[in-house]
Design a protein around this ligand. Sequence first.
Ligand code: IZC
Ligand code: ZN
Length: 412
Amino acid sequence: MKAQLLIKNIGMLATACGNAAKSGQEQGEISIQENVWIAVDDGKIAQIGQGEPENMEAEQVIDAQKRLVTAGLVDAHTHLVFGGWRENELALKLHGVPYLDILAQGGGILSTVRSTRAASEEELREKTAAALDEMLALGTTTCEAKSGYGLNLENECKQLRVVQRLNESQPVELVSTFMAAHAVPEEYKNNREAYIDQIINQMLPYVAEHKLAKYCDVFCETGVFSTEESKRILLAAKELGLEAKIHADEIDPIGGSVLAGEISAVSAEHLIVCPPEGIASMAKGGTIACLLPATSFYLGATFAPARDMINAGVPVAVASDFNPGSTPNLSLQLAMNIACFKYRMTPEEVLTAATLNAAAAIGCADKVGTVECGKQADLLIWNAPNLNYIFYRYGNNQVDTVIKKGRIVKSK
Ligand code: IZC
Ligand code: ZN
């Protein structure tokens, strides 16, 4: 066989299997193979074999030196494109001022809205490209990106266009989510109905027509969007062909996870304070729980009931939630470590959560998220001999080599 790339001498290949999200016990049932090689052709995984490859000609050969190989990480929840940062809020946070109070005072998301509106598309593109380059070095090969710092047609589209352009010009594959329902902008403070009407009647139709996003997300939270408002927006989005995601139960359990299941949202995100009826509803509606453990850490909050979700048959994904407020961290590796320790998920369950289940949460599980023949060759070689090791160590970048569509895109 003639291959584009051969990775030989792999100590351990650890991967979830299949093209759909895994739940319950299956979330932890991954394939572990030792002493294997992978042949890549045409950007896809062509063959996986044990021992020494025979009769194999390859344009490029990598010796994995007995280390761990997994699929590239999939970050299913980020607020990737934003102007400015919010380090000025650190002192407030340390004094215990709650996240929603900072927002209610016109800071938080609204402060990032001001910076994002003030930034040009080119400035945002450059800043986001730099973030993606860091994420790639940390092993993220596919990433979701939400708008939600423009809060009007012009600036929401500016964010979505940045994602569209970057998807064509750098290796990390991007999936867009439209999230004008991230906050009510200051100019509509006393007229929230008019803002919701604008989302439904102006922005959503434009975004759908110009194919600027695949998903629509709403911040369903006390003082932000109510469950009723979230439902109206997400049903309107679904009518236009955008699938639903929802920020639910991050701070207060106002019914977001129950709604997620009822409208069969693809995913519900955060779920820090998700009640049992929310878990039951998501299980019934086939909704993926997209958990963001680095956010719990950073907000000093409790941790989502991940084990209850797994036990109830809800597929769990783990994502970074990279954003300038509640989680200015773009390392999915760190989120995976925290998931393991604070959710008490096993390394196998977390690997599935940050690859296959995350890919399912952004509609690309047929293409990425596992190391199987026919899938895209998005692969990581880790500075680690086995899967346990990457959860045992933490805080450093443990990824050595990143391969996207069969090409080496980062190497230490
Ligand atoms: O900018 O604070 N939770 N949205 C909902 C966020 C956090 C991002 C932010
Ligand atoms: Zn978020």
